[in-house]
Design a protein around this ligand. Structure first.
Ligand SMILES: [Zn+2]
Ligand SMILES: [Zn+2]
Length: 83
């Protein structure tokens, strides 16, 4: 699994006004490049392409917020009270 230089031909331009993943681009970790490609696997190195952003923490927060309608459960840790 190495970069053969094929991915350059499918290289995606940075989209204006929206995220790369949102506009259908995929990221290859091996080639370290964003490409426009319909398949799940990199046409260059054969590695699985990433179709979603990596920040899962941010996602979990969003989920917690929507669940209780405006309240984030995880924030209620009273770290200061124990003095
Ligand atoms: Zn490549
Ligand atoms: Zn690749």
């Amino acid at each position: 699994m190495t970069c053969k230089g094929i991915c350059i031909r499918h290289k995606a331009q940075k989209p204006v006004g929206s995220g790369r993943y949102a506009s259908g681009q995929k990221r290859c970790q091996i080639c370290e490049i964003f490409i426009k490609w319909d398949g799940l696997w990199c046409p260059c190195c054969g590695y699985r392409l990433r179709t979603k952003p990596r920040n899962l923490k941010y996602k979990a927060k969003l989920r917690a917020r929507t669940k209780k309608g405006g309240i984030v459960e995880t924030i209620e840790q009273p770290a200061v009270i124990a003095v």
